[in-house]
Design a protein around this ligand. Sequence first.
Ligand SMILES: *Cc1c(COP(=O)(O)O)cnc(C)c1O
Length: 426
Amino acid sequence: MVHNQFNEVRELFARYVVPSYGRFDIAFSHGAGNHVWDVTGKRYLDLGGGIAVCSLGHSNPEITEALIEQSRRLVHVSNLYYNEPQGRLAQRLAAKIAPGKLFFCNSGAEANEGLYKLARRFGHEQGRFEILTAINSFHGRTLAGIAATGQEKVKKGFGPAVPGFRHIPFNDIEAARNAISPSTIAILIEGIQGEGGITPATREYLLGLRALCDEKQMLLLMDAVQCGHFRSGRFQSFQRILEGPHGGSPATPEAVAFLPDGISMAKSLGGGFPIGAFWVRDCHAGLLGPGTHATTYGGTPLGCAVALKVLDVIERDGLAENTRTVGEFFRHELQRLVETYPSVLQSVRGLGFIIGLELQDKNRIPTFASSDKASSLQFVNRLHEAGLLSIPSGTQVVRFLPALNLPKVHAEEGLEIIERSVRALA
Ligand SMILES: *Cc1c(COP(=O)(O)O)cnc(C)c1O
């Protein structure tokens, strides 16, 4: 029974839900397209997309239809058997990357767990097991996930850490080379760091890591949980980064040939239905043989039918192109705000619909200085008051990860709200 009373909802959480999240004082009841309504009836423009998950917006009728249609036929059978949607989805995803195979699971952290196991299996005979990851990376909240994540705040109080992970500075190829030990077997990076504040890998870094991993017979693994699935304007962020800043720079043979050995996915893949996956390059696809890895819910007919529908809609409606053009417009306008209001804003970063707006430190913004909350959190709260959802990232960055079908008029609606909020602080 739902009463839609905010205080009642909050009371339920206070009494019965593990308090592991810092939550904003908003409870949502329903959404449609790029907008979502809270229980008091207030409407918000959603530029957070449920943290890069709602790739087709809220209550998308085609997702609803796919859910109904598939759930009438078959929801779950277990991986003791074959089911067609899982095979079809694997085929479609592999076709967007390169010859290889897919493993299906239920979340981003779990997809990364699969990559860690793949790497350990690869190095097992030689006694190599160590995985290098980047400082400021984020790879999920399981025990191995927090060991892999290059941020102290997720590890604190959960020791002893899972062994076999070490962190290196991001976008620094020499640091990667120098960090390799006789036990190192893989390097795992995000193509665009998400939780770390929206930092894309450089072209040189990607190509350098590939060459380094080839030289040392190591796996190059990419966590595309947040930056993948067309969010950058291409299926994978490395595809976008390697085509050059405006898609025009001549692709070198190295850039054309670039491929990681494994890629983890989740978030936008299911458009809100929980599904994760990893892709592994053909030459390593036999590493995880029968009995080596499994998950009960992985690749259910229902989850795969939804993910297939999400792909269909993205392709039919040209949403990669929409993400590039509207994302470029949005970023360009934010850059204008950075130049107009330097006392509040520092920079804008990202590609397509994974954009970070960096604020000044709270002590440099008079209105924010008296609070002990970070400037990112205070700014997100102000955007909430003004009817806009965004996601804080660290202490100074606010992230925008909207649905891939966000039309220009809604980007403009968001920009107006952002500009008003920034002007009030300047
Ligand atoms: C969100 C995220 C994860 C974890 O995904 P979950 O579904 O929350 O387990 C891992 N890596 C990156 C880059 C993410 O953004």
